[in-house]
Design a protein around this ligand. Structure first.
Ligand code: AMP
Ligand code: GLY
Length: 443
């Protein structure tokens, strides 16, 4: 089967690897020359991910049968609607269904309208005076979110990035004036206390198959300090749960996603593809922080390499229906993913540094390499302003997986790069479990 993929990051490298492993011929569209994707694909074009017209034209010319879209931006631009118009089935949502990620207002309103479990208190504003009035009577901490997409970097949390109500007002004013996220609108949400985790499901809009849980690390610095990023690394456990998430929470989180899919169906925007739920486990159970209309990055790299069922078939099931008769088996291994990013990433990236990658050394360490936003020129690899590459260690034991990821990191040399070593280390995981116990202590 000929499959079009869109996107040139590490998540898309993981998607392409899984598709090729299961027999697909991949035709890749990407905005940078990702060497991993370039090597695995039958053919590729370098094109902006949001140039929906040109990508569709190329896909038709290449006579592809199916498409898998990596990033959210082309989904928000309606690439699936265009491709389906040309008879190409898609294992990704159309523009209407993608609103679940594209507009935080749509997502929160949907959860409120259908009284879905896992929802949080929120208000949407487009006027600074109304915000000042609201804050004058609000007690407790808040989170400020631009309504539109900001690549995970526009959210500011009171008590962390914002000291007090004055800071909240200043940041809201900035979002409204500068239209951060593409709109002059902001959401104020109750601040949730707990630990975050990711649950990604395969769905055709009616049935779903959950995949192993993952914990991402969004903060730039070790110890979960510093600004939010797209994600600096992540880990997953061999049993599909997390050290602070049991079977019961896994099931109730799956139910939250299921009820959201039903609500989308009732709204006339049936969702197909991978749906990603970002949860906060609170004293009152799991709550939705956000939905993403695609695989997570880095989370795709924890889950996809361990998939033992046929990914191409699962994509066909998502695209055309029939997920209820399918199964997804995963190898029972722990995974630890660590990203290498350019110095200044999340603040002001310094791109253009050459990386030396010992590919064989990474494999020998029991790890896998996923290229992200690097550029290949004359056989050499250079950093851009986004995340550069990720290594993922796999083993039956978490400590072994973590050690494998560290050994793999030492196989990458270059100036002007940054990474977090603490992800997946026993102290770091213990801190998260202790934090959760503290939160539960308040129950
Ligand atoms: P988002 O882009 O919505 O995923 O938010 C980015 C990050 O901000 C999340 O990963 C959380 O760490 C934090 N965050 C977002 N919403 C909330 C909330 N309601 N309460 C506490 N933290 C939040
Ligand atoms: N890991 C966060 C995201 O993919 O949005």
């Amino acid at each position: 089967m000929k499959v079009l993929t869109v996107g040139g990051g590490a998540r898309e490298h993981a998607i392409v690897k899984a598709l090729v492993r299961d027999g697909a011929e991949v035709y890749a569209s990407m905005s940078n020359r990702n060497p991993g994707i370039a090597e695995l694909s039958e053919d590729f074009i370098i094109q902006s991910d949001t140039d929906v017209g040109s990508i569709t034209e190329w896909a038709v010319k290449m006579d592809v049968d199916m498409a898998v879209i990596g990033p959210e931006a082309p989904l928000g631009e309606g690439i699936v609607d265009e491709l389906e118009d040309k008879g190409i089935s898609c294992a990704s949502p159309n523009r209407d269904a993608a609103q679940i990620e594209i507009s935080k207002e749509f997502m929160r309103d949907l959860m409120k309208k259908y009284e879905l479990p896992g929802r949080v208190d929120y208000e949407v504003f487009d006027d600074i005076v109304a915000i000042e009035d609201f804050l004058a009577h609000y007690e407790g901490d808040l989170v400020v979110k631009p309504v539109g997409l900001t690549g995970g970097k526009g959210v500011k949390v009171m008590g962390e990035h914002l000291d007090d109500k004055r800071d909240v007002i200043d940041y809201c004013r900035k979002v409204l004036e500068q239209e951060i996220g593409g709109e002059s609108k902001v959401i104020l949400e109750e601040k949730l206390e707990g630990e975050e985790f990711t649950l990604q499901v395969f769905t055709d809009g009616v049935s779903l198959i959950p995949t192993p849980l993952v914990q991402d690390h969004k903060r730039l610095y070790e110890g979960d300090e510093g600004p939010n990023t797209g994600g600096m690394g992540s880990y997953s456990q061999a049993d599909g749960l997390l050290p602070f998430v049991d079977e019961e929470v896994y099931e109730s989180s799956t139910e939250i996603i299921k009820s959201t899919l039903l609500a989308l169906e009732k709204e006339g925007c049936r969702y197909k593809g991978v749906l990603y739920g970002q949860f906060m486990l609170t004293a009152k159970g799991p709550k939705i922080i956000e939905f993403n209309c695609r695989w997570g990055d880095p989370e795709a790299m924890n889950v996809l390499p361990l998939l033992r069922s046929d990914y191409v078939e699962l994509c066909r099931g998502m695209a055309e229906g029939g997920i209820q008769d399918m199964d997804a088996e995963f190898e029972k291994k722990c995974s630890v993913c660590k990203y290498i990013v350019p110095e200044g990433y999340g603040i002001e990236s310094v791109p253009g540094n050459k990386l030396e990658v010992d590919v064989d050394g990474i494999e020998e360490a029991g790890a896998q390499l996923f290229y992200a936003s690097v550029d290949e020129k004359d056989g050499d690899i250079y950093t851009t302003t986004s995340r550069s590459l990720a290594v993922v260690g796999f083993a039956e034991d978490m400590s072994d997986a973590e050690r494998a990821s560290e050994e793999a990191l030492s196989c990458v040399k270059g100036k002007g790069i940054h990474m977090r070593h603490d992800i997946g280390k026993p102290e770091s995981i213990r801190r998260k479990v202790e934090h959760m116990e503290e939160v539960w202590g308040d129950r």
